[in-house]
Design a protein around this ligand. Structure first.
Ligand code: BES
Ligand code: MN
Ligand code: MN
Length: 456
């Protein structure tokens, strides 16, 4: 039996193991879940040990631990593949619209429903099971290293440092990440661009404390209103970002990219179904998929100020606050964009209030060279896994560590996403297609095999 046959023969067991992992509520942002996050790390490490990885460590960081595993038993001169993924998940509350308990996975209509099913437990587990299939049927044609972290969903705050401290340990020839998606199951695609992210907090103060809105209203510039005015000035009426210099470093879409991306274009009806929004919005000169994959944005993630509880309170609040994030594209620099927004906010803040824009987190955009041997191996793997050549696509989400793999480890990164755009990642009823899980395992095996054939 070869690895591919082994994966088919063990498909049911793989699925039930994935269900066990999905039962662990490893919500990295929730301080109440520290022990569950630890338990998920332990579960992943145990499975990696069980499949025959030679070294498996749960390595502490200042936050949640990293699971590291390696198998270096391939033939002399065989290349080494570093697999990255994350075992932490986003929060999930039943009340948010889940049909069933987010941490009690159920199978309906060929999909497995649970928080983390697609993002990213199901996808990273496909690589673990690909490795198992190879090791159980003889050997792996490549050396394998796994780096599975527990803090991706909170911006990987300790991973850069971890990489700096373990440059030798993580040495490899190529990095593969399955933590993104494809537009449709019947058209495989390889993501070559992800957006970066700057997370910011804008605070506006006025009076020294909350005031009676009758006694002082009309004489004090209300900070909630001033915040709204500042926020309103961050975009132009055409949907573009009004911050001077914001687009200066944006790598424009080349004509051949435009044509290629057309093949994974958002159908407007699908966009409506996915979002439930009445109408599209944004930069009209770019198509929906171009706005998501190739244009930077500035989003208000939340704003608060004054009284918004039950009932009514005639208050003039002392302060108001907003969380703002920008998605960035190549070649924008997060720090520089933060400075541009900060300076613009300072400039448009009226003298009647004070404001401060604080930087909370920063992650670089990812842009992958499509003309590398590693990419050729990925193309071969998709052709074999899908019986059809993949197209290239760009996605709007962020995996900030990709930049570190490029710069610090000098690794070509392959974004081999097996999710689907409508998997409901971060939302209610997140699910992963069982067929995508199955093909993901097969494609991962084909990828390791194709990489091995490239050895010099
Ligand atoms: N897997 C996603 C990233 C992603 C989403 C890639 C969609 C491609 C398409 C990842 O888990 C994620 O959610 N990242 C965060 C990063 C943030 C917390 C720094 C994101 O994009 O918001
Ligand atoms: Mn993810
Ligand atoms: Mn995510």
């Amino acid at each position: 039996m070869n690895a591919h046959e082994y994966a088919s023969a063990n498909a049911d067991r793989f699925l039930s193991q994935l269900q066990d992992l999905l039962r662990i509520p490893s919500i990295s942002t929730d301080p109440q879940r520290v022990a569950d996050v630890q338990r998920a790390a332990q579960w992943v490490a145990d499975d990696l040990r069980r499949i025959g990885m030679q070294r498996v460590d749960i390595m502490p960081t200042a936050g949640h631990p990293v699971v590291y595993a390696e198998w270096l038993g391939a033939e002399a001169n065989a290349p080494t593949v570093l697999v990255y993924g994350h075992y932490d998940v986003q929060p999930a509350e039943l009340e948010a619209g889940w049909t069933s308990d987010p941490f009690e996975p159920v199978i309906r209509d060929g999909r497995i429903y649970a928080r983390g099913a697609s993002d990213d437990k199901g996808q990273v587990f496909a690589h673990v099971k690909a490795a198992e299939s190879l090791l159980a049927t003889g050997s792996s044609p490549v050396n394998l290293k796994f780096l599975i972290e527990g803090e991706e969903e909170i911006g990987s705050p300790n991973l850069s440092r971890f990489i700096d401290e373990h440059l030798d340990l993580l040495r490899a020839d190529v990095c593969v990440i399955s933590d993104s998606g494809m537009a449709r199951m019947d058209q495989p695609s390889i993501v070559y661009a992800l957006r970066g992210l700057v997370g910011m907090e804008l605070e506006v103060w006025g009076p020294a404390q909350d005031l009676h809105s009758g006694q002082y209203g009309g004489t004090v510039h209300n900070p909630a209103q001033a915040l709204a005015e500042i926020i309103a000035a961050l975009h132009n009426p055409d949907g573009s970002v009004a911050v001077p210099g914001f687009y200066d470093d944006v790598l424009p879409l080349a004509d051949d990219e435009r044509a290629e991306l057309e093949r994974t274009a958002f159908v407007e009806a699908d966009w409506r179904k996915a979002t439930g929004a009445p109408q599209p919005w944004g930069e009209a000169q770019f198509k929906l998929h171009e706005r998501i994959g190739a244009r930077p944005t500035l989003e208000i993630n939340g704003m608060a100020g004054g009284f918004y509880g039950a009932g009514f309170k005639t208050v003039l609040p002392a302060r108001a606050i907003a969380k703002i994030s920008c998605r960035l594209v190549a070649n924008q620099n997060p720090r520089h964009i933060y400075e541009l927004v900060r300076d613009y906010v300072a400039m448009i803040t009226p003298p009647t209030v004070r404001s401060e824009l604080r930087l909370l987190q920063a992650g670089e955009p990812a842009f992958v060279d499509r003309n590398t041997p590693a990419m050729q191996a990925a193309i071969t793997a998709y052709e074999q896994g899908w019986g059809k050549p993949p197209v290239f696509s760009r996605e709007g989400g962020s995996i900030p560590v990709v930049a570190d793999f490029n710069h610090k480890l000098r690794l070509p990164v392959i974004l081999m996403g097996f999710g689907l755009n409508d998997d409901g990642a971060h939302g209610p009823n997140e699910h992963f297609s069982i067929e995508m899980f199955r093909r993901g395992i097969q494609t991962a095996i084909y990828f390791y095999e194709a990489i091995a054939k490239q050895q010099p």
